[in-house]
Write a protein that binds this ligand. Sequence first.
Ligand SMILES: Cc1cc2nc3c(=O)[nH]c(=O)nc-3n(C[C@H](O)[C@H](O)[C@H](O)COP(=O)(O)O)c2cc1C
Length: 177
Amino acid sequence: MKTNLPREKYSQAGPISPVVLVTSVDENGRSNIITLGMYMPISHDPPQVVIGVSPKRYSHDLIAEQGEFVVNSPGIGMAERMHICGIKSGRDVDKFKEAGLTAAPAQKVKPPIIKECYGHIECKVVNTVTCGDHTLFVGEVVAVSIDEDCLEGGKLSLGAARPIAQKNWDYHTLSDI
Ligand SMILES: Cc1cc2nc3c(=O)[nH]c(=O)nc-3n(C[C@H](O)[C@H](O)[C@H](O)COP(=O)(O)O)c2cc1C
């Protein structure tokens, strides 16, 4: 038996999404973190990724103004800290302090990497598209780093990294598959 849903509930019929922590900076170099489910690789050559950010978010202004962001990949052990970054705004709090996360310099962009995350994709914005109530920022990848402990034969080990996926703010890891 199938059941119909109202079309605004379309996401219930879709798969779970990855969760990433995206860092950005303001003009004074003060950094912020936002939790995003809307993340996707979009081009291999040149390497580009896309993130979907609501114009309501403080991070939206920082990324639009500074043109740079870092996609940090958290493991499931960071679920609680990741959630804090998704319910508090950098307008009101320092989320590095609030969530107990550590900023470290990125290689090629001003926003920092989050040390506790296993992977870091540094991006410069090359395209911006308004899509309904979100903005898609397309970022060209300018540098990438990963925890050596999460590599097996040069490839990401899901068992070691234990990346987070979410549906309705219910967090899981895919590493058992
Ligand atoms: C699991 C999860 C996924 C989220 N995904 C998105 C997203 O893809 N796009 C978005 O604009 N906000 C998303 N949010 C909401 C923002 O993370 C949240 O509004 C945050 O407090 C904004 O922070 P800022 O104002 O410091 O930028 C998500 C929140 C959670 C908890």
